[in-house]
Design a protein around this ligand. Structure first.
Ligand code: SF4
Length: 217
């Protein structure tokens, strides 16, 4: 594993941004501990130093010049919305044409556990309008008790978290171009009920294997 922290890394056709290691949940399926903060050869342990939007864009420009990518993804290890301002500022640089040669038409995706409204105490989805093209929200289940078991939220968000995640998905499906609700296979989840809830919230359900790219976020 590379010893220096990785801020941007490639996966498939995307460029992934490691914005923070902070997270309001400790999901049972998170691989950050078992993989020792390594993600397919990249060291995602930021060791307390979180990158600035300018730093991220400088690195992304270098990557683009080496080989263009199709998608710019806020992922992890960590919950990107813990740094909401930095997330939005970085997306703004791209969408406002200040990250050339990366085009403003670049698709910007957020992988999230959906707790941003709970963490920030307001509906933050309108702030993402025009900046985030796609959100993938780790909803995982239709059952509040199972959500708490799988996501293991920190105390301040344990009681109301599930409702807040549902609210976030509902808002995202109304205001943003694309909203997915995701679940991880093999957690004893009733996939039929999960899909029904995702669709009721206006999102497209997506069931993913236990070890794939979104587990980094
Ligand atoms: S999977 Fe993502 S949201 Fe869950 S604990 Fe790990 S970093 Fe946090």
């Amino acid at each position: 594993m590379d010893a220096s922290p990785t801020i941007v890394y490639r996966y498939k056709s995307g460029l992934y941004v490691n914005l923070t290691n902070r997270c309001p949940t400790a999901c049972v399926f998170c691989v950050k501990n078992s993989w020792k903060m390594d993600y397919r050869g990249s060291n995602l342990n930021l060791a307390g130093t979180e990158p600035s939007p300018a730093e991220i864009i400088a690195l992304a420009r270098k990557e683009w010049t080496a080989a263009p990518f199709e998608e710019f993804v806020f992922c992890g290890y960590g919950e990107p919305t813990m740094r909401l301002e930095a997330l939005l500022a970085t997306a703004r640089l791209i969408k406002h044409g200040k990250a050339a040669p990366i085009p403003p038409s670049m698709r910007v995706r957020l992988n999230t556990n959906g707790l941003a409204n709970a963490v920030w105490g307001r509906n933050v989805v309108p702030e993402m309008k025009g900046l985030i093209d796609s959100v993938h929200v780790s909803l995982n289940t239709s059952d509040p008790a199972q959500w708490a078991e799988l996501m293991r939220p920190m105390a301040p968000w344990a009681a109301t978290g599930f409702e807040k995640v549902k609210e976030f998905i509902r808002e995202a499906s109304l205001l943003l171009p694309e909203a997915y609700a995701t679940a991880v296979e093999g957690n004893g989840v009733d996939i039929g009920n999960f899909k029904t809830l995702a669709e009721k919230l206006g999102a497209e359900p997506r069931v993913r294997p236990r070890l794939d790219e979104e587990e980094a976020g």
